[in-house]
Design a binder for this molecule. Structure first.
Ligand SMILES: NC(=O)c1ccc[n+]([C@@H]2O[C@H](COP(=O)([O-])OP(=O)(O)OC[C@H]3O[C@@H](n4cnc5c(N)ncnc54)[C@H](O)[C@@H]3O)[C@@H](O)[C@H]2O)c1
Length: 253
């Protein structure tokens, strides 16, 4: 089950797991985009794909989606907790930021992830096996150099995003401790910045310059290996870990 699996990093997770033969449940806030991606995945990889609508800030919504997901094949082996994201269109600067945007940031990026872990984790505990991968961020590990965002006239990232993602790492470690004895392995991945068409070219260059490998992450390529590793038996002695996939950005800061 991949939350926010219809595009970008969630879609990369869907592709790499489908390529390895997994049947998938993918969720999106809109059923039509989940279904559009599902049909592409079925055609490309020949696996079964169930598309579901999910807003993970609602516990009832998570419960209902997980029930459907579990009933589909009778089990859930892997949860990729990917849905979430940065500032969107809201004002990022803390003192001007609408408190409702702060609440919503924490709800989507942290509380929603806890809900998904709660509902899927209980199924995995009953099964006596499962892998949970929580997508955090280097924002959980570092303070941002905001001069870079100002220089490129960009919105920047709100501190509550960093707080939510740091919460995801705390959740990962303690949930890993809780579930490891049941055979359920919980780990996190912290991606660095991924280059997207909507980012200014000059920002991409500056970000790349601050990265040991000299480039931002690439959609469709750079996160897939980490997801496959943590989802597969290759990582069966890895638990409560945060795998940083950032081209050496954090190492240099
Ligand atoms: N893009 C990056 O550079 C980067 C870096 C570090 C971490 N991340 C993290 O990786 C994950 C995926 O990021 P992305 O860049 O692919 O983002 P994206 O915005 O393209 O995708 C995020 C997905 O989450 C879903 N989503 C958002 N709010 C939701 C809600 N309330 N309920 C359910 N689904 C919701 C969206 O529909 C979308 O499918 C996120 O958790 C993000 O914080 C991204």
């Amino acid at each position: 089950m991949i939350t926010g699996g219809a595009r970008h990093l969630g879609y990369d997770g869907a592709c790499v797991l489908a390529g390895a033969g997994a049947d998938l449940v993918i969720t999106s806030r809109t059923k039509s985009s989940a279904e559009e991606t599902a049909s592409k995945l079925r055609q490309t990889y020949g696996v079964d794909v169930l598309s579901l609508e999910l807003d993970q800030s609602s516990h009832g919504g998570v419960q209902a989606a997980v029930e459907l997901a579990q009933a589909w094949k009778g089990r859930l082996d892997i949860l990729l907790n990917n849905a979430g994201g940065g500032s969107g269109k809201s004002v990022a600067f803390l003192f001007d930021r609408d408190p409702r945007d702060i609440d919503s940031m924490i709800n989507v990026n942290l509380t929603g992830v806890i809900y998904c872990c709660r509902e899927v984790g209980r199924i995995m505990q009953r099964q006596g096996r499962g892998k949970i991968i929580n997508i955090a961020s280097i924002a959980a590990l570092l303070g941002r150099d905001r001069r870079m965002y100002e220089k490129h006239k960009m919105m920047g990232q709100p501190v509550d995003y960093a707080a939510a993602k740091a919460g995801v790492l705390g959740l990962t470690r303690d949930l890993a401790a809780l579930l490891a004895p049941s055979g359920v392995y919980v780990n996190a991945i912290s991606p660095g910045g991924f280059a997207r068409g909507d980012l200014p070219e000059s920002f991409i260059d500056d970000f790349a310059d601050g990265t040991a490998l000299g480039r931002m992450g690439r959609d469709g390529i750079d996160l897939k290996g980490a997801i496959l590793f943590l989802a597969s038996p290759a990582s069966d002695y890895v638990v409560g870990h945060n795998l940083v996939v950032d081209g050496g950005f954090e190492m240099w800061h």
